[in-house]
Design a protein around this ligand. Structure first.
Ligand code: HEM
Length: 422
């Protein structure tokens, strides 16, 4: 049975395995073509709070509760006292990163410390402050797209999205451009630990190679900013004081990691999934070509349908109840944004890609303390990326079958081969 679970998608399961109670939601076999939307549709209607007993790739890991509806994800996100980010980590699998490292990032802290560290950055990420970077971001996008001149085809993930997002977050952090590719590789292999292409050395390789390399490179940047403070975000971390105390070195390194990882990965994922949807739905692309003022709405629809992170996780701090289901203290609670963003009680015909929908969604979290810091930056980057790509290549076509990252956490394409101007 376990072997079958590992190899087949939900559609390929026998009727016995279609019994929802027996499904283990994060099994690799279910995610080979991206999120198992049909499974989530059934969970929302038949078993909205669902128990997964085990994760077969991580046999030591405890099982978890899946939260699949928008209302329940909202309730969990808002209640940090009951649903902690600090107690057990922020992803379904706890084994990849040591818990002390997760807790050194503010995404893995609870208030009050979380709020104090986040506050250090919030001023720099307001829509107004981010809008001031608009010209700079457009110049980065144009530069990357101009490198494609003379080519018939390219891969949108590696040739466009990756270099753009790396340079944008790199410029915020003070990373020199020549180091962008090294940082991107470190982030991709650490976050995509389970995907054999992104990380051929597996989880052990992350612990033995990637994390030490991240620490080594960060230490050099920290030493430099201690001597020569600049106005980049690395300097903010190095010189931050919380209640009169500086952050410890591992907190600075992991704060840096959090910002680079979040900036590197998510925007790339949404741009590529959104572009794929536009190529596959030429009528929707035509609407944007005729009226580019619809692009911000297309960005929101891409965020809704293809949230870059399939889930984040909390751990209960006490016995509690949600939607009629009892939880024990210490239970893992996994909020599936890939499901809540297609909740049919909130969206009409939720699987339809509609650039005019301009929806509210939970791709950035569902409010609450950990709501994404980078929303204004991500929205601006995505708008400029879509504007410039569509203006140059209005008839782009697929030039092969796109592949997805094999992960129940990262919801993103690994390759997106396109013909630029057929
Ligand atoms: C399409 C783009 C993006 C998506 C879909 C996204 C999604 C998310 C989500 C779902 C969370 C909530 C985590 C939780 O509830 O535990 C989050 C948190 C966060 N995001 Fe983003 N993100 C994006 C872009 C960015 C960018 C560009 C940055 C820039 C640095 C960023 C920085 C962060 C940080 C620092 C947090 C932690 C916030 C906290 O714990 O208070 N994100 N993001």
């Amino acid at each position: 049975m376990e072997a079958v679970r590992g190899e087949l998608g939900f559609a390929g399961m026998t009727s016995v395995e279609r019994d929802l109670e027996k499904v283990w939601v994060s099994e690799r076999g279910l995610w080979q073509d991206g999120p198992p939307h049909e499974l989530f549709r059934r969970l929302r209607s038949e078993c909205p709070v669902h128990w997964t007993e085990r994760i077969s790739e991580y046999p030591e890991e405890a099982g978890y509760w899946s939260i699949t509806t928008a209302d329940d994800v909202h309730a969990v996100s808002r209640d940090w006292r009951t649903y902690s980010s600090e107690r057990g980590g922020v992803t379904a699998v706890s084994d990849v990163f040591p818990i002390e490292l997760i807790r050194a990032m503010f995404i893995g802290m609870d208030p009050p410390k979380h709020d104090r560290i986040k506050q250090l950055f919030q001023a720099g990420f307001t829509p107004k402050r981010i809008a001031a970077h608009s010209d700079e971001i457009r110049a980065i996008v144009v530069d990357v797209l101009e490198r494609l001149e003379g080519r018939d085809s390219c891969d949108l993930v590696t040739d466009v999205a990756q270099p753009v997002v790396s340079r944008v977050i790199g410029s915020f952090m003070g990373i020199p451009p020549e180091d962008d590719a090294v940082w991107a590789n470190l982030m991709n292999s650490t976050l995509g630990a389970g995907d054999p292409d992104l990380n051929p050395r597996g989880v052990q390789g992350v612990l033995e190679n990637d994390i030490p390399e991240i620490f080594k490179r960060c230490r050099l940047m920290i030493a430099d900013r201690q001597e020569n403070p600049t106005d980049d975000l690395t300097s903010v971390l190095v010189h931050a004081e919380i209640d009169g105390q500086k952050l410890e070195e591992h907190e600075i390194v992991m704060g840096f990691f959090l910002l680079v990882a979040a900036g590197n990965d998510s925007t790339k994922a949404t741009y590529c999934s959104g572009m794929r949807a536009l190529i596959e739905h030429p009528d929707q692309r035509q609407l944007l070509l005729e009226d580019p003022s619809l692009i911000p709405s297309a960005v929101e629809e891409s965020l809704r349908m293809f949230p870059a992170f399939a889930h984040f996780r909390r751990t209960t701090t006490c016995d509690t109840e949600l939607n009629g289901q009892h939880f024990h203290e210490g239970d893992k609670i996994v909020m599936w944004y890939v499901s809540s963003n297609r909740d049919e009680t909130r969206y009409e015909d939720p699987d339809r890609f509609d650039v005019r929908r301009n929806p509210e969604h939970q791709a950035f979290g569902a409010g609450g303390r950990h709501f994404c810091l980078g929303t204004a930056l991500a929205r601006l980057e995505l708008r400029i990326l879509l504007e410039e790509t569509l203006a140059r290549y209005p008839a782009m076509e697929l030039a092969g079958t796109p592949t997805v990252v094999e992960s129940p956490f990262l919801n993103q394409l690994k390759t997106l081969p396109v013909r630029l101007a057929p």
